[in-house]
Design a protein around this ligand. Structure first.
Ligand code: SF4
Length: 366
């Protein structure tokens, strides 16, 4: 079914949000801790050797003496603070493989966030992911190491936009991709991720659905369902840069190469791909098929993280970096745990409404 209509953003937006008043409340509650030694020595080398084993195929030996003292200090601080680290698939290998307690895509992290038995959650990802963790864990302290880690999709739409859409299409349910602010989730009927978007759209039993805010994901879902989709013109600045032409050139150079793409990519990219799926779907596809050479048409760090796990698979470029994900670094994670920065807070009334939409997705029967 083709897209019924695609609507444009109508408001100018600023992102990231200003830190809310009381952002230093977490520091008052937990107190600061002294900076540990960050010296590289034989003891640090010994204690982190098992972690270097996990990343040695993607982290050069010469770089490990910089990372290892931070890795050791962060892992010790997690215990001291009773904290857990959630890391998205797009985090760099030393974060993803060496300090994270839980890794995955947005849906996996949202689910893990509901199970954690910890006082503090450090979200190594972008701001909307930290908000989702806070929405599902209102009694826990949620930190993001850099408050400016935003997202072009999340900043493409506001709660006002959703209210206007509801006025224009009364009675049409609103499905919102998790890559949105808490305010936008609060205005939605149900959330979805790229791995369950089709299931969520069809679960509503509606003839028409407003699907926000990713235009390309909306087009991909529209191509797979009879439900009429009303879309929004939001794009991921990382995935929209790929083109079908560049991938055709890669395939011409090696006809045996496998191309797998994220559904946030433009339709001409998806048309060239052998498989289209969420980040977790792409990882599972590579694990099961073990292709000799593969292009992962998504954020670069994901290929590095899968390559660390499956060194026999060759990952062929192109890939694009997400500048927001790359704001999260080991020194900032350490600072976050030492000085309780930056706390993510949400207006309780907005959080309660957003929680309904997120929980409806999380508990949808699969
Ligand atoms: S990769 Fe795209 S969707 Fe993901 S955080 Fe970056 S800008 Fe947002």
């Amino acid at each position: 079914m083709p897209i019924m209509e695609t609507l444009d953003p109508v408001h100018a937006r600023a992102f990231p949000p200003a830190p809310p008043a009381g952002a230093h409340e977490a520091l008052r509650r937990f107190g600061p801790l002294p900076t540990p030694s960050l010296e590289w020595n034989a003891q640090v080398e010994r204690e982190t050797a098992h972690l270097y084993e996990r990343v040695k195929s993607v982290v050069p030996t010469i770089e490990w003496p910089f990372f290892a003292p931070y890795v050791r200090a962060i892992n010790a601080l997690k215990k001291e603070r009773n904290a857990v680290i959630l890391a998205h698939n797009y985090q760099t290998p030393e974060i993803y493989n060496c300090v994270a307690d839980f890794t995955g895509d947005s849906l996996q992290l949202a689910r893990e966030a509901t199970k954690v038995d910890a006082d503090i959650i450090v979200q190594c990802g972008v701001h909307f992911m930290a908000e989702t963790a806070k929405i599902l864990n209102p009694d826990k302290t949620v930190l993001i190491p850099d408050l400016k880690a935003g997202c072009s999709l999340a900043s493409s739409i506001t709660g006002d936009d959703v209210r206007l859409l509801r006025q224009r299409f009364p009675g049409v349910p609103v499905v919102t991709y998790v890559n949105t602010s808490a305010e936008v989730k609060a205005e939605s009927d149900i959330c979805c991720t790229s791995s369950n978007a089709l299931q969520v759209v069809e679960s509503l039993g509606a003839e028409r659905v407003i699907f926000l805010p990713d235009e390309y994901l909306a087009k991909y879902i529209a191509s797979q369902t009879k439900v009429k989709i009303i879309a929004w013109k939001g794009h991921c600045e990382v995935h929209e840069r790929f083109t079908g032409d560049e991938l055709r050139r890669v395939r011409e150079a090696d006809p045996s190469v496998q191309i797998i793409a994220h559904p946030e990519c433009p339709p001409d990219v998806i048309a060239v791909a052998d498989y289209t799926g969420s980040t977790s779907g792409m990882i599972d596809w590579v694990r099961k098929r073990m292709p000799k050479r593969v292009v992962m048409v998504t954020e670069c760090s994901m290929a590095d993280n899968v390559h660390a796990e499956l060194p026999d698979v060759e990952f062929v470029r192109p890939c694009n970096l997400c500048p927001h994900m790359k704001r999260i670094t080991l020194p900032k994670i350490l600072d976050s745990l030492l000085n309780m920065k930056e706390e993510v807070t949400i207006d309780p009334a907005i959080a309660a409404k957003a929680r309904r939409a997120v929980e409806r997705m999380v508990y949808l029967k699969s």
